[in-house]
Design a protein around this ligand. Structure first.
Ligand SMILES: Cc1cc2nc3c(=O)[nH]c(=O)nc-3n(C[C@H](O)[C@H](O)[C@H](O)COP(=O)(O)O)c2cc1C
Length: 216
């Protein structure tokens, strides 16, 4: 009999933890990695504008270079995979035009029929630009993608550690992002926990339902 899906989800959400030590001998399969990439690519974003890039750092030398820019955390070099999530610094009317063209092509709708939607997005982005908060907005979208990645990994029984203990300016330099219009926000190491990782057995410290849920 198949396991109840709700029980399975809750079991895996409890199983996941921010992995401190990965087993460097274990590699995520191509099939699983594809699903993890899809969790990023298919992540929701405000208006669907997807103001992000996901940099999969495969080169071990680059990962070694990033380690001192990451509090020397061992996950940088021990995990099977490392993804850096970058957000777009400025999202412009040109981005909206490109997005409308993409909707038009994908859904077979004339661009002219999308002008109201386009105007709404442009107005929203203009307000962000005026407040100087466009990059903050893009960063929030980037973190949503991180959440999707972490949940998907847990369901696939793949370990992960979100990494905010990083120097984003240094990352941008090493990853060659300086002229790209994108900047590093957060990273995530993925792979399989080491049997030596004591933190795997730590009890979860979480607020109770009564503390965080408000029933109205
Ligand atoms: C955005 C974000 C950044 C984090 N950065 C780090 C990090 O740099 N290094 C680390 O070991 N853990 C990091 N963590 C893990 C958290 O400390 C961890 O999720 C939290 O203590 C709850 O524990 P758990 O995830 O093991 O249940 C980060 C978590 C999040 C969500």
């Amino acid at each position: 009999m198949t396991q109840d899906i709700n029980a399975l989800i809750e079991q895996q959400l409890s199983w996941r933890y921010a992995t401190k030590r990965f087993d460097p001998t274990k590699t995520i399969s191509t099939k699983d990695w594809h699903s993890l990439e899809e969790s990023l690519r298919l992540a929701p974003s405000s208006f669907g504008l997807q103001p992000w890039k996901f940099i999969v750092v495969k080169n071990p030398e680059i990962r070694t270079q990033l380690q001192p820019l990451s509090w020397n955390q061992p996950q940088l070099v021990e995990a099977s995979h490392l993804v850096v999530i970058a957000a777009k610094k400025e999202v412009t009317h040109a981005d909206v035009e490109g997005f409308l063209a993409s909707i038009s092509e994908t859904r077979g709708v004339p661009v002219a029929a999308l002008q109201d939607y386009g105007g709404m997005m442009k107005g929203f982005l203009d307000a962000l630009a005026q407040q100087g908060t466009c990059e903050h907005w893009a960063t929030r979208q980037a973190y949503l993608a991180l959440g999707m990645l972490l949940s998907t990994a847990a369901l696939l029984k793949i370990d992960a550690c979100p990494l905010e203990g990083i120097n984003p300016v240094g990352y941008d330099e090493v990853l060659g992002l300086n002229q790209s219009g994108y900047s590093t926000k957060v990273a995530c190491a993925l792979g399989y926990r080491s049997s030596q990782d004591a933190s795997a057995s730590y009890a979860k410290v979480r607020q109770t339902r009564a503390q965080v849920m408000l029933d109205l």
